[in-house]
Write a protein that binds this ligand. Structure first.
Ligand code: HEM
Length: 424
């Protein structure tokens, strides 16, 4: 105890922007694209940046090396999750396709819209500074009509959305089971065992869906964006696929080792625009000293994956989409195969193998069958793309115009068959 008191008194926190009395760095906390500000602070203050708000210590980790030191080598300390008042106000977890045996409609799907709205609410609320109520938990007791208490309204809406998102698809599965149409989906199997209560099943299924769907879509949209912006890279990958696979079948997982350029392109999609630029916050469960700095128990520890993927000592011209950076001088794939956007240590993404397989399979299938290009005005002039990304836990490219056209007979037949199935 005495030693701990000594530590607290004589060791300093890691460097960071100077705090004001009482409110700490409250006014410095960025709410828009926070990873950009954190990256600038990283350049100014170093690998580990400390910021504070009343009752809250936050440490931002800006390099892979420090992330490995804290989240992996000291995983017994840095593997908890912070309790955010705002998230508590929303109810815990979110939700939903293999899980429910439900075939999503090609457009305007009700369940998908429900979950997108609820995930967006959660995503907007998770980082320090996003919600004043996280900094001053006492604000939760403000009546909802008070000025400044609009988060109450936000929380009420999010709670309602989350509840509906969790309940609606499980009810759909129950109906299908009654009609004898579903015994294979995860939810149907869990319901059939009679071992778990329905709310638990709703939460588990919802969490898997929420964690997986939006993230994967964001990566694949970034892939389309990169292909529209870098046609020569798309061509190079297509040439590799044509040479190795030909044009009369789709690539399969067994072909993966034979397609190194596609592999590098996949790694570059995940690096160029990391879906989770600030990971998901961890929290420390013990006081710790790192490099002579004091990190108190309960600190929120943020992995600045954006900064790690912009590290110019590893990734030359980091904003350029360039799969060649993953090759050695003698043309072999290099060892940089870790996808940083899946996070670190004990809390690393549970669904990373699933995501890796889904994203790779979609990328290689699209490359083999379609051309993605900038869209054109009626005059034939190309429509410029100025790719902006959204805020929040999961960052998405904002909508952009592009043209997707079948490039092989096989693709044309596929498009025709899909159009007939969906009557479009
Ligand atoms: C591009 C796709 C994906 C990305 C970028 C992604 C990213 C992440 C990140 C950054 C974390 C937190 C890691 C950390 O705390 O350091 C995480 C956790 C998690 N992910 Fe993913 N994820 C993706 C897809 C999926 C999929 C497909 C599933 C499920 C099928 C999934 C399930 C989970 C779960 C359950 C956790 C919580 C792990 C824990 O807290 O212990 N994720 N993911």
């Amino acid at each position: 105890k005495v030693f701990r008191a000594w530590q607290r008194r004589y060791l300093s926190f890691p460097p960071g922007p100077p705090p004001y009395p009482i409110i700490g760095n409250l006014l410095d906390l960025p709410t828009k694209l926070p990873w950009v500000t954190y990256t600038k602070w990283g350049i100014q203050y170093g690998d580990l940046v400390h910021i504070s708000a009343p009752g809250q210590h936050v440490v931002v980790v800006n390099s892979v090396k420090t992330a490995v030191e804290l989240f992996e080598k000291r995983s017994h300390i840095y593997s908890d999750r912070p309790i955010l008042t705002m998230i508590e106000l929303l109810t815990a977890a979110i939700i939903m396709a293999t899980v429910y045996g439900y075939e999503v409609q090609p457009t305007n799907d009700h369940f998908v819209s429900l979950s997108e709205s609820a995930v967006k609410k959660l995503s907007d609320a998770i980082f320090p500074g996003a919600m004043a109520v996280d900094t001053f938990p006492i604000l939760r007791y403000l009546p909802s009509w008070m000025p400044g208490a609009d988060f109450q309204q936000f929380a009420a809406e999010a709670r309602e959305l989350t509840k509906e998102m969790q309940e609606a698809p499980v009810n759909f599965v129950k109906q299908n089971m009654c009609d004898g149409m579903d015994s294979t989906s995860v939810v149907a199997k869990l319901l059939a065992t009679n071992r778990y209560d329905e709310v638990t099943i709703q939460s588990v299924a919802g969490t898997a869906y929420a964690a997986g769907a939006d993230t994967t879509v964001s990566s694949l949209t970034s892939f389309c964006l990169a292909m529209a912006l870098y046609p020569e890279i798309q061509k190079k990958a297509q040439t590799e696929i044509n040479t190795v696979i030909g044009t009369d079948r789709l690539p399969e997982f067994e072909d993966r080792p034979l397609l190194p350029y596609v592999e590098a392109l996949y790694r570059e999609v995940m690096r160029w625009r990391p879906v989770t630029p600030l990971g998901v916050p961890h929290a420390s469960t013990e006081d710790d000293i790192y490099n002579g700095y004091f990190i108190p128990k309960g600190t929120t520890v943020i992995s600045n994956i954006w900064a790690m993927t912009r590290d110019e000592s590893i990734y030359y011209e980091p904003d350029r989409f360039n799969p060649d950076r993953f090759f050695t001088a003698d043309g072999q794939l290099n060892e940089d195969a870790t996808i940083l956007t899946f996070g670190f240590g004990q809390r690393i993404c549970e669904g990373r193998h699933h995501a890796d397989a889904t994203i790779w399979a979609t990328i290689v299938s699209v490359l083999s069958t379609f051309n993605i290009e900038k869209a054109k005005y009626a005059t034939g002039k190309e429509i410029d793309i100025d790719p902006k990304y959204s805020d929040g836990l999961i960052s998405h490219p904002e909508p952009f115009a592009c043209s997707i056209t079948p490039r092989s007979e096989m693709a044309k037949n596929l498009v025709q068959a899909t159009a007939e199935t969906h009557d479009v």
